[in-house]
Design a protein around this ligand. Structure first.
Ligand code: ASP
Length: 349
């Protein structure tokens, strides 16, 4: 999901989260109780309108939730116009597209992941095969590519004209004095040059309450080759527990990894929190663990966005983000975009 911050002139206010840390007027607290939803249900990041519709079609036809979410995100992975996922995703600093993905199946309690995978359009499918055909969970880099080729995937050029142009534009702005990071860095590494985040997370619950999820991404644009974000990390970018529910994340992976976000959200739901409350509480931990000056705006708040999405076994769903954002829901009819609960009601500054 492209992490564009959207302005909203309204905000849901509630005392549910009750956290003193964010006491400034107008900031959000976890809002209304989780919307009860008849099963099946599919949710995703905001770039998943087609993905959630496809996943729902599969669930309605009696398909498994894991098949449903993977088929859903494959549409986005193969779509060259989404520059944050799969084919057409923005490349690393050397102009090579490196993809991360994870899958997790509640029914079998199994999971698989790939990191820094080159040349394969659909890393979620490779992650599934890691889960199904190996005794491992996470393959990265050259090993992940070799595994993919051995299991029948074809090497393809993942760079499109558009993503190549954007990379060249970024490269043309570099100077000999740029560094990845320095004490003075503000906003992002490489000073004012903007880096792009983007990912799809998709979670599904079938009519029997069985749950699966996947998260797939090209990760942070212009990253150092080999950089792996939160998306393929089980417990950070994705977590599924068939007894409770599932959660996933998009946005600044480095911030999410530090709080093991998706696992934290599921554990909070286990304690009785609604999906939205659980997402909000996890974001509060992100705020507390973001101390680097270069990651804070003048108002002392994180200068990046981070989204969590969550669903329970019963089909209650919710989402929250540091700043106003939306996510996709499909409860059997058309996919729709709904507002995430924002922790802060205005863009970072
Ligand atoms: N979380 C992803 C990463 O850090 C990027 C994103 O979701 O925007 O790699």
């Amino acid at each position: 999901m492209n992490s564009k911050i959207q302005r909203r002139d309204f905000i849901k206010i509630t005392s549910a989260a009750g956290v003193a840390l964010l006491a400034n007027e107008g900031d959000a607290r976890a809002s209304e109780p989780a919307a009860p939803s008849p099963l099946p249900v599919v949710i995703s990041s905001a770039n998943g309108m087609k993905a959630t519709a496809k996943a729902m079609e599969i669930l309605k036809a009696g398909g498994k939730p894991l098949d449903a979410v993977i088929a859903g995100v494959n549409i986005v992975e193969e779509d060259p116009s989404d520059t944050s996922v799969g084919y057409g995703g923005l490349p690393n600093e050397e102009g090579e597209v490196e993809l991360d993905a994870s899958v997790m199946d509640g029914l079998t309690c199994r999971c698989g992941a790939v990191g820094a995978l080159k040349s394969i359009k659909t890393p979620s499918k490779v992650a599934r095969l890691v889960m199904e055909r190996t005794d491992h969970i996470f393959l990265v880099g050259e090993g992940a590519l070799r595994f993919a080729l051995l299991t029948g995937f074809k090497k393809e050029d993942l760079l499109t004209d558009e993503s190549r142009k954007k990379w060249l534009e970024w490269k043309s702005k570099l100077s000999a004095t740029d560094n990845w990071l320095s004490e003075e860095s503000e906003g992002t590494a490489f000073g004012e040059v903007i880096k792009h985040y983007g990912t799809i997370n998709c979670l599904a619950v079938d009519p029997n309450g069985n749950i699966a999820g996947t998260t797939t991404t090209s990760g942070l644009s212009w990253k150092i080759p080999g950089r792996v974000g939160d998306s393929p990390i089980i417990g950070a970018g994705l977590y599924v527990d068939n007894e409770i529910g599932a959660a996933g994340s998009t946005g600044r992976g480095e911030a999410n990894i530090k709080v093991c976000g998706a696992h934290t959200v599921v554990e909070l739901m286990r304690q009785g929190k609604t999906p939205e409350q659980a997402c909000i509480e996890t974001l509060e931990r992100v705020v507390k663990t973001t101390k680097e000056k270069r990651l804070l705006g003048a108002d002392g708040r994180p200068n990046f966005n981070l989204n969590f999405y969550a669903v329970t076994k019963k089909g209650e769903y919710g989402g929250a983000a540091l700043y106003p954002s939306r996510f996709c829901v499909n409860t059997g009819a058309e996919s729709k975009l709904v507002d995430s609960a924002p922790l802060f009601n205005r863009p970072p500054r």
